[in-house]
Design a binder for this molecule. Structure first.
Ligand SMILES: Cc1cc2nc3c(=O)[nH]c(=O)nc-3n(C[C@H](O)[C@H](O)[C@H](O)COP(=O)(O)OP(=O)(O)OC[C@H]3O[C@@H](n4cnc5c(N)ncnc54)[C@H](O)[C@@H]3O)c2cc1C
Length: 486
């Protein structure tokens, strides 16, 4: 309320200043100015587009049922599904707070857009199967009246995973699970591999798995913008600012074993406005932490992980930014248009980029060689020393490649088990997570958004049971065993 009064007062002051300049004698110069001011005053009449009052359109509303921290693909997907499923519970107001509307450091914008069904966990396979269907029917889900249809530039060329003798049995059992879940994946012997992809050197390869449907890559930016456009049309509000603080109330309870626990409920979110020292408080009923690589920091703002070590209060959200390089190279002798996204057993991967004999690829470093995440500078030596050798060994044509450019982005890296975190925090009861997907969050966003919305609206997962992804696993020490992390 106070904010509204202040805005009104500053607006009145502006109008008063405009009117005061009308007093005084008449000269041609002054007459010109007077008519200019008259025009300005006329244009502030109701219905006119120009409004000299303090423009408040960039400020968040004073309250919103749900505040989503982070407007990347996961935050927007949660927003979409909350609005799509809201009728079950009546209309809900959703606010997305994003500190950088250019997405210059967001993982979504810097990812390579891959989607695969080749995981080992049924839940991950189901999420990606759902996403494939979502992407295939994108214009049914994200159509907006009078807006052009989306073209995701989907390249359905599959993922080709290679295994050595040591990894062959695991690959075989993974593919069994994938098939049980409905994914179309085939296994290939080195001879079959050589016949299908003659540009591959099969030395050291014992087995390969190849996704024949629902796998490939698409344009992440198009999905992001499509979601943004759609949720805006559904009434979701956006605000450019940084969430810097949560205000909560506490209640104390005793568990059945007599242990005392403190439950917290966030009732206000502070949003620091861009280029300003001011913050705006937003009252809310629920917060979604979809801050990507920074979701661990956002959880800390709510006090998560700030209790004694070994306790639930002291268990932090183990998600942090990890820098990953993507190199783009030119190679006219390369595998060509039909090449899938290939992942070598060394961890190095590549895929075609566009139609001009360009390819992109990279490799996740070993834990001891993680680069400093303090900036997004590219290390070209890393390509020379670590990425190129295994790739050129696997695809001899890559001996002649020429690196054209490169970029770095942040994996939203879950240091505990490299899998997503979904659902509410057990103690900060109205903070929900959609974070920590460590390199596969883009492709899982459609299904994760729906799962979080179901949890919020119905109190449980309905379509895909994502209970193994709950926060409590960090406290209980129960790692998700996903074997296919890239
Ligand atoms: C090089 C690279 C390649 C990848 N390849 C793939 C791939 O092939 N397939 C795949 O599925 N995934 C891939 N990923 C991973 C994928 O990009 C991420 O898992 C996914 O984009 C995460 O989405 P997000 O919305 O959580 O994060 P983001 O897109 O990072 O969005 C989070 C947003 O939160 C905002 N934010 C943070 N803190 C605050 C705050 N306090 N207040 C307000 N806003 C805040 C940030 O500005 C950011 O825009 C890749 C990632 C990288 C880096």
């Amino acid at each position: 309320m106070l904010r509204r009064v202040l805005r009104l007062a500053s607006g009145r002051a502006l109008v008063a200043r405009a009117l005061s300049t009308r007093r005084g004698g008449s000269t041609p110069d002054r007459d010109g100015k007077v008519s200019e001011i008259k025009k300005k005053i006329q244009s502030i009449l109701p219905g006119e587009p120009w409004n000299p009052l303090y423009d408040t359109s960039h400020l968040p509303p004073e309250r919103s049922d749900v505040v989503i921290v982070g407007g990347g693909v996961l935050g927007l997907s949660v927003a979409y599904w909350l609005k799509k499923l809201e009728n079950r519970r009546g209309a809900i107001q959703v606010l997305v707070v994003e500190r950088d509307h250019t997405y210059s450091q967001a993982s979504t914008a810097l990812s390579i857009g891959g989607i695969r069904q080749q995981f080992s966990l049924p839940e991950n396979i189901q999420l990606s199967l759902f996403s494939a269907n979502f992407l295939r029917n994108i214009n049914e889900y994200l159509a907006v009246v009078d807006a052009p249809p989306l073209d995701l530039q989907f390249n359905p060329l599959g993922y080709l995973l290679l295994a050595s003798e040591k990894g062959a049995a695991t690959m075989e059992s993974n593919v069994k699970v994938q098939r049980q879940e409905g994914a179309k994946v085939c296994l290939m012997s080195p001879e079959q591999l050589q016949n299908k992809f003659p540009w591959i050197n099969t030395k050291g390869v014992a087995l390969a798995s190849y996704g024949m449907e629902n796998e490939g890559w698409f344009d992440p930016w198009c999905l992001l913008q499509g979601l943004r456009r759609k949720v805006q049309s559904m009434g979701v509000l956006f605000c450019q600012g940084e969430v810097t603080r949560f205000i909560s109330s506490s209640s104390h309870m005793k568990t059945t074993s007599g242990k005392e626990v403190t439950l917290k409920r966030i009732y206000e979110v502070h949003v620091k406005m861009d280029h300003s020292m001011e913050y705006q408080p937003v009252e809310c009923a629920l917060v979604i932490n979809a801050a990507g690589a920074w979701s661990g920091q956002v959880a800390e703002l709510a006090g998560i992980g700030k209790g004694p070590p070994g306790t639930l209060q002291g268990t932090r959200l183990p998600v942090e930014p990890r820098k990953r390089y993507v190199y783009l190279w030119h190679c006219p002798q390369g595998p060509g248009l039909e090449a899938p996204l290939v992942t070598d057993m060394s961890g190095a991967y590549f895929r075609r980029e566009g139609l001009g004999n360009n390819y992109l690829g990279g490799l996740s470093p070993i834990e001891e060689e993680e680069p400093d995440p303090g900036n997004l500078e590219v290390d070209y030596d890393f390509f020379q020393d670590k990425v190129w050798p295994p790739l050129a060994q696997r695809v001899p044509a890559f001996e002649t490649l020429k690196v054209r450019s490169a970029w770095a982005g942040y994996y939203d890296y879950n240091t505990f088990d490299q899998n997503g975190v979904v659902g509410p925090h057990p103690l900060v009861v109205n903070m929900y997570f959609a974070a920590g997907f460590s390199g596969h969050g883009l492709q899982q966003a459609p299904g994760v958004g729906r799962a979080v919305a179901e949890m919020v609206l119905e109190g449980h997962f309905q379509t895909i049971d994502l209970s193994p992804f709950l926060f409590s696993r960090f406290y209980l020490g129960e790692k998700i065993q996903e074997h296919v992390i890239i």
